[in-house]
Write a protein that binds this ligand. Structure first.
Ligand SMILES: [Zn+2]
Length: 301
């Protein structure tokens, strides 16, 4: 296998052990069941990835979904991208134009699991890679060991940073950012600017509190991340644990079951209706202090 310097080959020694699955099965909580589903799905995908040819997946993704791919020759990443693209295809959501596996260390995105570009120029990415990525590119961070993703996600969910513990969450989250942008493009000629406005931080305490409870801490930061986190949770909860394919009916049912406030906020955010978002959460227009300096970068993570 061809391997470059910062791309260790996949060891295929990282199956979630049967004992862990057994322990999770014994715990009778919703979260344990969801984690068990994620671990079962991961093991199935991980086993499948052993015989995957990343170049072949890249060709199929190009032919079937018109996604330009560079998986850094990593079969696991190729499999995760392919699974996610199939999920979005089945649910009728737009798919990104580019799917990349890049080491984001040495840029301001160094600790992000992934990102989605919403504008084609990003000074940070240009500085790091000496190139621009087209808007609608999903980049997964090579700095992480993706064989450990079940444990990384378990940790992220346990501190309520993210809305789900599912191993595909990062891929789905970034794909949602892109689908959101594509939806805005249908309505606005300045969709990237609208997207940028949706990154304005929530400042209303009640809203933040509600979103931390309903979605996640990261989802409580802005309308943009609320959508990504909320949709990721809905999609993940509609997946078959073994085949990792979505059930459209379950997805629609879960979406319908959202509490009224969330339902309205999801609609308003998805459609870029800033006035309605403001009405709903009393969003303060001007937010700037040192805590919010992430907003100076163009892209989403
Ligand atoms: Zn995000």
């Amino acid at each position: 296998m061809k391997v470059n310097n910062n791309n260790k080959p996949v060891s295929f020694k990282g199956l979630v052990p049967a004992l862990v699955l057994k322990e999770l099965a014994k715990q009778n909580t919703i979260e344990a069941r969801k984690l068990l589903n994620s671990c079962r799905g991961f093991n199935a995908a991980y086993r499948g990835a052993q015989t995957v040819n990343p170049d072949k997946i890249a060709r199929e993704m190009q032919e079937k979904f018109h996604i330009n791919c560079d998986f850094g020759n990593n079969p696991l990443i190729a499999s995760f991208f392919a699974l996610t693209a199939n999920i979005f295809h089945k649910l009728g959501f737009a798919k990104p134009t580019n799917a990349f596996f890049k080491d984001l260390r040495g840029s301001s995105y160094f600790n992000a699991l992934g990102l989605c570009t919403i504008q084609k120029n990003d000074a940070e990415l240009f500085r790091r890679f000496g190139m621009n990525f087209p808007a609608g590119s999903v980049i997964i961070n090579k700095a992480y060991n993706w064989e450990n993703i079940p444990y990384i996600m378990k940790e992220q969910k346990s501190i309520n940073h993210l809305s789900t513990s599912h191993f595909l969450s990062t891929f789905i989250h970034e794909f949602v950012h892109n689908a959101h942008l594509e939806n805005l493009k249908k309505k606005y000629s300045n969709a990237a600017d609208v997207m940028q406005s949706l990154r304005t931080r929530f400042t209303n305490y009640d809203t933040i509190y509600t979103l931390e409870k309903e979605t996640s801490r990261y989802g409580s930061t802005s309308p943009c991340e609320m959508i990504a986190e909320e949709m990721t949770e809905l999609i993940v909860d509609s997946l078959d644990p073994e085949t990792i394919r979505p059930n459209e009916m379950i997805f629609k049912l879960l979406r319908k079951r959202e509490p009224n406030f969330m339902d309205k906020l999801i609609d308003a955010s998805w459609n870029g209706n800033l006035q309605e978002i403001n009405r709903l959460v009393n969003l303060k227009a001007r937010v700037s202090n040192i805590m919010y300096n992430r907003n100076r970068y163009n892209n989403l993570y």
